[in-house]
Design a protein around this ligand. Structure first.
Ligand code: SF4
Length: 388
């Protein structure tokens, strides 16, 4: 199966609003026939509304366009995100007056409105899908693309996988990294050597376990798999193994599968905005400098295809090394820029591979540029906009 991904480039030939991303979003919404599909539907527009003083989440100009398209089509839109991001989101411009529809905590203000789904995966058994999401009859998944310390990147999968589950399930998903054993204390009984292992990590990636000081605990988020700790650890005592990193990505694919299974296949669509891509997730509550150049806006009914297209479009970008926070260390490992930033075991393609395996879509796609760039020279048009 080959899916279609509609694409708007961030580049423009002319200094004209029609060639910029919000206008290209309009063209993508038309191509997806969003207006024709939402009559009388209760439409959940899943956004990540960020946190605290972050300002690189999806700008209300884009959000309002999607809301208006849903209203034009006779749908009833609302925006949903996790409770702690929605609380205070008016500080970042996300209000019903600006956006044109209400913004709700997806599982209620106390996260006690959910539907439980059973699926065994490592430490996870019960997955609690936010009530406002599952109650909706149509889902528009609008993701902001950025780096992510656990999955390499945050895209359409991550927006659903974590943003549509209650906090208890999100915590269990983050714990899945620890399911497969990586510390074998019988091979390192000397506490002084354990301390050396802890001290070897410049990113605070290894600590003594707070519940059992004989155990070491890896924080997988800051770990970029540099291997410094392995040079200090006695043979057989410590593993930095792909399985621990990949578990979280597989859990994200399963979580997405569970959420999407609550919708009719024809009643879901995905949008992704790849601008102002920061090193870590929007939930950190601040905006860092961009780590690569803007890649544009994408839309598809296929979640696997849309995230694959984003990754392919950014694969040959150079990381803006001079923009990285100085506490981070990129490694030229030959992989995707997001993997150079977060380590090769956080290959951002893993989540889409797991998603494809679950039957959520196809990594094969046709990219349809909704406004192909016409190369024009500087003489083709004057660029001065006269005052009116
Ligand atoms: S591999 Fe590197 S980043 Fe990861 S825990 Fe070891 S020293 Fe820290």
């Amino acid at each position: 199966m080959t899916s279609t991904v509609y694409y708007g480039s961030p580049r423009q030939a002319r200094l004209n609003a029609k060639e910029t991303l919000p206008a290209k979003l309009d063209l993508i919404l038309e191509a997806l026939h969003l207006r024709d599909r939402v009559k009388n539907e209760m439409v959940c527009l899943k956004l990540h509304v960020g946190n605290n003083i972050g300002y690189s989440t999806i700008h209300p100009v884009f959000v309002r366009k999607v809301v208006q398209a849903i209203k034009d089509g006779g749908g009833k839109p609302f925006i949903a995100d996790v409770d702690w991001d929605v609380a205070g989101c008016e500080q970042r411009g996300y209000t019903s007056e600006v956006l044109g529809c209400p913004v709700y905590p997806a599982a209620g203000p106390r996260e006690n409105y959910f539907f439980a789904h059973e699926r065994d995966y490592k430490n996870l058994k019960t997955w609690k899908v936010a009530g406002m999401v599952e109650e909706a009859t149509f889902l528009v998944n609008f993701a902001h693309i950025k780096g992510h310390p656990a999955t390499g990147f945050g895209g359409a999968f991550k927006n659903i996988a974590l943003g549509c589950m209650v906090g208890e399930t999100r915590s269990q998903m983050h714990d899945v990294n620890h399911y497969d054993k990586y510390w074998f204390k019988e091979n390192c009984p000397d506490r002084a050597v354990m301390q050396q292992i802890v001290d070897s990590c410049p990113f605070g990636g290894i600590v003594f376990d707070k519940y059992d000081p004989d155990e070491l605990h890896i924080h997988f988020e800051p770990c970029n798999q540099c291997g410094r700790c392995l040079k200090v650890a006695p043979p057989g005592s410590l593993k930095i193994d792909p399985v621990n990193f990949h578990s979280f990505m597989e859990a994200c694919a399963i979580s997405t599968d569970i959420v999407l299974s609550t919708f009719d296949k024809s009643k879901v669509t995905h949008l992704a905005l790849a601008t102002q891509m920061t090193p870590v997730c929007d939930c950190f509550g601040f905006t860092s400098m961009p780590i690569m150049q803007d890649a544009g806006i994408f839309g598809s009914d296929d979640i696997v295809a849309v995230d694959t297209a984003v990754l392919d479009q950014t694969a040959n970008s150079s990381l803006f090394l001079e923009n990285l926070p100085t506490c981070m260390e990129a490694q030229p490992n030959g992989g995707h820029p997001f993997a150079q930033l977060h380590g090769k075991f956080k290959d951002p393609y893993m989540v889409v591979r797991y998603g494809e395996k679950l039957g959520l879509g196809s990594m094969k796609y046709n990219l349809v540029d909704v406004f192909p760039l016409t190369e024009i020279g500087p003489q083709s048009q004057g660029y001065y906009i006269s005052a009116k």
